[in-house]
Design a protein around this ligand. Sequence first.
Ligand code: SF4
Length: 91
Amino acid sequence: MITKFDSLDNLAACLADFYLLYFKHNHFNMKPQINKELCIGCGACESICPDVFKLDDGKSTVIDLPDYTPYQSKIEQAIEACPVQAISLEK
Ligand code: SF4
């Protein structure tokens, strides 16, 4: 038997799930940006996530992709690893 409390509890859980999915989608599908002035071409980002970052003429570039969500964890690792904080996320 579903009580009124159970229903509200379930509704709250559904809303929380929806919010998390919505937040993740909008937050995680952000394209990384490289500040070319700061980049020293160390290659750390490319080593961590070669599907997204590629060195070109001694500077990192971001490969154009329709969705960066599958690489979010690696992108975040690359951001952490960049010694000069040249990587940022922008829509
Ligand atoms: S980790 Fe930073 S400094 Fe190194 S290549 Fe990538 S963007 Fe450039």
